[in-house]
Ligand binder design. Structure first.
Ligand SMILES: Cc1cc2nc3c(=O)[nH]c(=O)nc-3n(C[C@H](O)[C@H](O)[C@H](O)COP(=O)(O)OP(=O)(O)OC[C@H]3O[C@@H](n4cnc5c(N)ncnc54)[C@H](O)[C@@H]3O)c2cc1C
Length: 277
């Protein structure tokens, strides 16, 4: 159907699409209701990865997958309200590709892939290649998002979001962190502080170096505060924020460095607790 009608706008939960239509920002020539495709709301394990249909809601992620994907579940809990979480989907978040989309930082931190399907076949893109600009993504007109693929958490994960109130709020900025003790890797994702969601590569490599050199994965002691502060600075440096109605670029950078320090502190405490248990 999408191949025959590439101009048709897909609708899943409709929590972005209907806002656009109600405010008359968008008048799609046709709408394609994806709720009639039951496979989109299913998830399963495939070669050690979770393959999660694009139509799986935030509520289902929290309830059914929270123990395997704690970072994404934390982010999902901050989305909108119960009504929005019951309807809204990660596929829709990816489709909108807002730099402020809350699912994106944990997908980046965990090295997730986005599966795009068309009449011609299926392709899987690393999430970081999927976001191409503000509210723009790598999906072609004849494609749909079928699913995303993500590894079950190998270690502690965290998500932190700054908003002007506690619920129903678009992120001023956000940060996701994933520890992978098996591969000795740190994963990051920054939201709402660049034209697209981004990763903080240099910060990741720096912290991996600190943990490796100190033998801290094997003997998890407290990490030197100066190193954690440097990690925060490098995360802030990876952002390309702007001043807008929600906050200034300087505030976003500051908040990111604080969130990076705090989320690492929480995740590392959890890792140390597990190691000593
Ligand atoms: C009151 C309110 C509060 C909100 N709070 C938050 C928040 O805290 N955090 C946050 O990140 N977002 C928030 N949102 C935005 C929205 O809920 C999310 O972006 C949600 O993930 C969208 O999912 P959906 O299924 O409703 O998408 P839809 O509105 O159905 O679709 C969104 C876009 O994705 C496309 N699309 C959907 N599914 C597919 C698919 N399978 N293949 C290809 N394209 C597809 C659509 O064509 C459209 O362009 C909020 C919205 C509202 C109205």
């Amino acid at each position: 159907m999408k191949a025959a009608h590439p101009e048709a706008l897909p609708i899943a939960g409709g929590t972005d699409v209907m806002v656009e239509i109600n405010f008359d920002r968008h008048r799609p020539a046709a709408i394609m209701d994806l709720n009639r495709v039951p496979e989109l709301s299913e998830w399963a394990t495939e070669d050690g990865l979770l393959r999660i249909g694009a139509g799986v809601t935030y509520t289902a992620i929290i309830d059914e997958l929270g123990h395997q994907l704690p970072g994404l579940a934390m982010a999902s809990r901050t989305v909108g309200s119960p009504q929005i979480r019951n309807r809204g989907t990660v596929g829709g978040n990816l489709g909108s590709a807002s730099p402020a989309g809350d699912a994106h930082p944990p997908l980046l931190a965990s090295g997730a892939f986005v599966e795009l399907a068309s009449a011609g076949g299926t392709r899987r893109l690393p999430a970081r290649e999927f976001f191409t600009g503000p509210k723009r993504n790598a999906m072609r007109k004849d494609e749909l998002i079928a699913a995303f693929l993500i590894e079950p958490a190998k270690g502690p994960q965290q998500f932190s979001k700054v908003g002007t109130r506690n619920a129903m709020v678009i992120a001023v900025c956000s940060f996701a962190l994933a520890l992978d003790p098996e591969r000795r890797r740190i994963g990051t994702g920054i939201g709402s502080a660049a034209p697209t969601p981004v990763m903080a590569d240099e910060a990741e490599r720096f912290l991996e170096g600190v943990l490796d050199e100190g033998g801290l994965w094997e003997r998890p002691a407290i990490v030197d505060a100066a190193a954690v502060a440097r990690f925060g600075e490098l995360v802030a440096a990876a952002a390309r924020p702007i001043d807008d109605v929600r906050g200034t670029a300087a505030y976003r950078r500051h908040a990111l460095s604080v969130m990076a320090r705090r989320t690492f502190g929480w995740a590392w405490d959890e890792y140390r607790g597990r190691a000593s248990a």
